[in-house]
Design a protein. Structure first.
Length: 245
């Protein structure tokens, strides 16, 4: 599977490394989840997942609690999720995922960024056939974990693919991690199954995966990376998915 969602991982982590950029984005997701399904993480899987992801980015507990409380505030903004289909240079296509309380502001900002950096907004839904939405769970592999056995157990809950990888930890040491993929409609079932197995999920997301990823040379990648960087500078932009391999 071409993991376009991991495009330029090192660059993305560098961009998101600034707390002033990542925490407001995470806060919006937490607030939306709390508003949609209630403020009790035990009774609201979407909120529980948002909190897990926030903690993975070292978001302080006070910030998380404040984001949850904003959902019930009388003057709480009505935050909605919006996606934009985008065409960039070199055959690159993107889905820009946003969370905003003002869609007019957001679309204007996204369009302006595209115009300045060689991109173009497409009609909504234009890229539906180019991407498939998947749920993805990431967790650390333990010594007693049998991947083949785990795969068999999760198939009944919507698992499509499971893979092992190695990633650096906060201490700089390499750790063995596992990624579980499924259709986005299986998010709840897979999440509950992993929880019942006492597997501590480090990250759980819904991602747009390119069906036919493309390869670019280094110069082209640098050019596209500038556009992605500019888009992710916008507080309303949650994520940018591309068809780059």
């Amino acid at each position: 599977m071409g993991r376009a969602f991991e495009y330029r991982k090192a660059a993305k982590m560098k961009r998101w490394g600034t707390m002033s950029r990542v925490f407001p984005k995470l806060g919006k997701i937490i607030t939306m989840a709390a508003k949609d399904g209630g403020q009790d993480p035990e009774m609201n899987p979407k909120l529980r997942t948002a909190i897990i992801n926030a903690k993975a980015q070292n978001m302080p507990k006070d910030n998380i609690e404040a984001a949850i409380k904003r959902a019930s505030a009388k003057d709480a903004a009505d935050i909605k999720e919006i996606t934009y289909d985008v065409k960039a240079s070199h055959g690159v296509q993107m889905i820009v995922e946003c969370a905003t309380d003002n869609s007019t502001r957001t679309v204007a900002n996204v369009k302006a960024t595209l115009v300045r950096n060689g991109g173009e907004m497409l009609t909504s839904g234009s890229l539906n056939f180019m991407f498939t939405r998947k749920c993805i769970f990431l967790f650390e592999k333990t010594e007693d974990m049998d991947i083949e056995e785990l795969e068999l157990e999760l198939i009944d809950f919507g698992l499509e693919e499971i893979e092992e990888d190695v990633e650096p930890s906060e201490t700089g040491d390499d750790i063995n991690i596992v990624r579980v993929y499924g259709e986005f409609t299986s998010f709840g079932e897979l999440s509950k199954a992993l929880e019942d197995m006492s597997i501590e999920v480090k990250k759980a997301t819904l991602e747009y995966i390119a069906n036919a990823p493309i390869d670019l040379n280094d110069k082209q990648i640098e050019e596209i990376d500038v556009l992605i960087d500019k888009l992710e500078d916008d507080e309303d932009v949650q994520a940018v998915y591309t068809n780059i391999n």
